[in-house]
Design a protein around this ligand. Structure first.
Ligand code: ZN
Length: 678
């Protein structure tokens, strides 16, 4: 039996194998096509509400089979799976295009929309119908047959090219390693990082210590290694990944792909009547126009640039006076920054690690969300997993099961870097089959436990965990029964980071820190003296961090708002953006754009949407300011956030929901205050 075809509340990962993937997806696509033909045949005489639910079911069935495949391809990549995954991409893309351009299907949705007030549909159902009509337009339903064909080709090619872009980064990251024989060469690195390098060497059968380009290894060298030459070597390997330069020069080069992706995106946007890709991207977002996005980013930049310049001057002065560095190279910035931070606050990120053993943090996180939202999180053992590191949980509220989720927290080979939440099941109420509860994948890349010691998280890791858990709550606490707008489905991209960045705030609150910290040997919570230093250091270099994010956001947005097909344009925009906002030196060989998977690793992804992080940060800081007024564990305020934002998912417009919660439109002031910029 093909494990991907079994309908169940959550997948049986132990039974899924790469050979199942293509047959399962082909079978579902075939079944969906014949069912769709039946639905269309009967549409004239059938009950429109039943038709609507039948259509929703088709999407859910496909998603429930594909979500675990997509997940496994990201966290347990191997050749057979990758091949199967890539075989499915064009099939899915063709199917999606076919649905989006099906005029009979459009006719059914138009009929539902025309009669919706008379039909027993929920407001969420009506929102789903309105979104469907919008998406038909964006899928080229109104195009001529020749243009429709072209649309399909562009979509399919983009799906292949962006997938290849991601593969190149993964391969380039995995391809580089450096064996260090003498421990002295790792001078400056914390013991946990050295032990990790030792363990990595052991796993591969090397003597000594192994450095690689996974994020724990890369960032520990850049932040701590006193050997400037080593920092430079690792920096160059990392920032030239997937380019024509560096140790794997040309082997996984994404340069040509970036150009092709940009060309195809603009062609796609033109077909649909948009001058630039930015217009197509914003058609589904909260921001109203390209001007609104540019004004927003430039407004933040105007407030932050001088603070960022001051931050960098501090680093440069400290580098010269205390470390004898007459100039700061790109590979010195994180190192000098950390030294200055330690000097100024007598605090290193490493000092905090022993206070954040992973289990303590997880238990504290669950306690915090229980206090705010009245939910219980319980470990369970009845869900099969893809790796022994994975743990599984159930969420209940007043005894009623609401959702389940997986934690896959540690970095390992063949696992995509970064941290993210993805859906495995979406909440939906199907009149024929009952209620499906949401299931979420929560994935991070923390340094794994070493030598039977529990994994110790940095405070940054703790923030990351809360961030992803915030996305998870948005997906899992939804009370919307219509899959296409339940949880994070149908939420405007630039509002999607609201719950995640919102939850991060508890990582900085003294009362919450008491719950999530406990010294690994003694269990003692974070001492007051360390806490004070940590809070003082919170906004250290916040100006520099702000302009770095603005640099990415402006580069992405301008690129997709001004691209003219000329290969030099990318370089020009990048140079202009850096001249306008960047305050740190950048190496001539830096090819960060070739590894910018947020905007090039997916057909749409964050393309012309990277600004969303800042946009949603404004929303989240402003929402949190309400908790600062009322008390961070205030149950009423928590309940209000739960019912106005988390439970609503994509069933209503993001701005409307925000105003419902906050009582007014969002303001940028709380964010600038929170960052110490204002
Ligand atoms: Zn996020």
């Amino acid at each position: 039996m093909n494990a991907l075809l079994i309908q169940s509340p959550f997948p049986d990962f132990e039974s899924i194998s790469a050979e199942h993937v293509v047959p399962a997806i082909e079978a579902i696509l075939k079944a969906n096509r014949s069912e769709l033909a039946l639905i269309k045949d009967r549409a004239k005489s059938a009950d429109l509400v039943q038709t609507f639910h039948a259509l929703e079911r088709l999407g859910a069935r496909l998603n429930e089979a594909w979500a675990p495949v997509e997940h496994l391809n990201a966290v347990m990549s191997h050749d057979a799976l990758r091949t199967a995954y890539n075989t499915c991409l064009p099939l899915l893309s063709a199917y999606e295009t076919e649905l989006g351009q099906d005029r009979d299907l459009l006719g059914i949705y138009e009929a539902i929309a025309a009669q919706q007030t008379a039909l027993p549909l929920t407001p969420a159902d009506c929102k789903a119908v309105a979104n469907a009509l919008r998406d038909f337009r964006l899928s080229g339903v109104a195009l001529t047959p020749a243009d429709r064909k072209r649309y399909g080709e562009l979509k399919q090619r983009l799906s292949e090219q962006t997938s290849l872009f991601s593969e190149h980064i993964l391969d380039a990251t995995d391809a580089w390693e450096k064996v260090i024989t003498e421990k002295a060469e790792l001078d400056g690195l914390p013991e946990t990082a050295i032990a990790l390098a030792r363990q990595a060497a052991d796993l591969k059968g090397y003597d000594g210590y192994l450095l690689d380009l996974s994020s724990p290894s890369y960032s520990s060298v850049m932040t701590h290694a006193t050997d400037r030459g080593l920092r430079q070597e690792v920096y160059e390997a990392y920032t030239t990944r997937a380019s024509e330069l560096g140790p794997q020069a040309g082997q996984f080069d994404n340069t040509g792909l970036v150009q092709k992706i940009l060309e195809d995106r603009i062609a796609l946007a033109n077909l649909l009547g948009f001058e630039q890709f930015s217009g197509l991207s914003l058609a589904t977002k909260m921001a109203e126009s390209p001007d609104a996005v540019m004004t927003f980013l430039l407004d933040l930049s105007n407030h932050s640039k001088s603070v960022a310049e001051q931050d960098f001057d501090d680093i440069a002065r400290y580098g010269l006076e205390a470390l004898g560095l007459s100039s700061i190279h790109p590979w010195d910035v994180a190192f000098c920054g950390d030294r200055l931070k330690r000097h100024r606050f007598d605090l290193s990120d490493e000092d905090l690690r022993p206070y954040f053993p992973v289990q303590k943090v997880i238990d504290g996180l669950f306690e915090i969300v229980q206090r705010i939202f009245g939910i219980e999180v319980i470990p369970v053992t009845d869900m099969s997993v893809w790796h022994p590191d994975v743990t599984t949980y159930l969420i209940r509220r007043q005894g009623v099961p609401l959702a389940r989720f997986y934690f896959d927290l540690y970095a390992r080979a063949k696992k995509r870097g970064g941290a993210w939440m993805a859906d495995c099941r979406c909440r939906r109420q199907d009149p024929a089959h009952g209620l499906t509860l949401p299931v979420a994948f929560l994935t991070c890349n923390f340094a794994p436990p070493v030598n039977d010691q529990p994994a110790l998280l940095s405070h940054d890791d703790v923030v990351t965990l809360f961030h992803e858990f915030g996305h998870g709550l948005h997906h899992m606490l939804t009370q919307v029964d219509c899959a296409s707008v339940s949880g994070i489905n149908g939420v405007a991209w630039d509002a999607v980071e609201l719950p995640s960045q919102f939850l991060e705030n508890w990582c900085w609150d003294p009362d919450a820190l008491n719950l999530i910290s406990g010294q690994v040997d003694t269990g003692e919570p974070l001492p007051l003296a360390l806490l004070d230093k940590m809070l003082q250091a919170r906004n250290f270099q916040s100006g520099m961090q702000m302009v770095r994010q603005l640099e990415f956001a402006l580069f992405d947005f301008r690129l997709h708002n001004e691209f003219d097909g000329q290969p030099e344009t990318l370089r020009t925009i990048l140079d202009e953006v850096r001249a306008a906002v960047s305050v740190t030196p950048i190496s001539e060989t830096n090819r960060f754009q070739n590894g910018f998977s947020h905007i090039f690793g997916d057909v749409m992804g964050y393309a012309a949407g990277y600004y969303s992080y800042k946009w949603a940060e404004v929303l989240s800081a402003d929402a949190f300011s309400k908790f600062k007024e009322d008390g961070i564990f205030n149950r009423q305020t928590g309940e209000r956030f739960l019912t106005t934002v988390l439970e609503q998912g994509g069933a209503r417009d993001a701005l409307e929901l925000f105003i419902d919660f906050r009582g007014r439109a969002p303001s940028i002031t709380p964010l600038l205050q929170q960052e110490g910029i204002l």
